[in-house]
Design a protein. Sequence first.
Length: 205
Amino acid sequence: MKIYLLIIGFLTSLYANEEVLYSEKVKFDTINDPGYVYLVDGRSFYFGYINNTFDVVYKWEQNQELSLIFTKEDGALLINERTNEKLQIQNNSEHLLDANLNQCLKSAQTTLSASDCYSTYYDNLDSELNRLYKLLQKKLDKDMFLKIKEMQRSWIKFRDNSFKVEDELFYRTEGTIRLIEAPSRKAKTVKSQVAYLESIYFYSY
C-alpha cells in the first residue's frame, strides 16, 4: 500500500532510513509545567520530560520554527532544527496518524482508493500499538509489565471478536460504503488502545 512520505529539509538526511508518515512546520510558543509545550497555533502537547529535560526546552525561543513529525520508529516528535534536538510528545485526540489519513483521503478519487487509505491507517495504528507495547516492556518493572501483558491479551480477544461481528454486519450491507465503514471501525478500535498504551507510557514513572 502507498505510504505518504512528507520529508522536509534536514529531515531527509536525519530520517533517511525511517518511514516519516507525517510532517509539518510549526512555531513554538511557550512551555508550562508539568511538561506541556504550546505552539503558536494554539495546540499543546505533553512530553513529560521523557528522554529530555526542562533546561533543553526552556532554551527554545518564542516563534522559533520546529518540525512536528511522526515516524514509525519514534512516533510523534517535535524537532528543533537548529540543534536537531528531538522532543518525544504524546498525541492529542487528533492523532498525527489521523492527519496522515486525511491527506490520503484528499487524494482518493474512488471509494476503493479511500478504502485503501483506511487499510493503511489501520496498519499504521497497529504498528504504533506494537511500538508502544515494546516501549512499556523496557520502561516498566517486570511485575507491572506482566499486568500490561495480561491486559493486552484480553484486549486482543475483544478486538478479534468485535472484528468478527463487524465483518458479518457489513458484509450484509449493500453498496460500496461497507468498503470504508468496515476498515474505519476496525481502525477506531485499535486507535483507542493506542491512546491507552501511550497514556501509560507517558504518565508512568
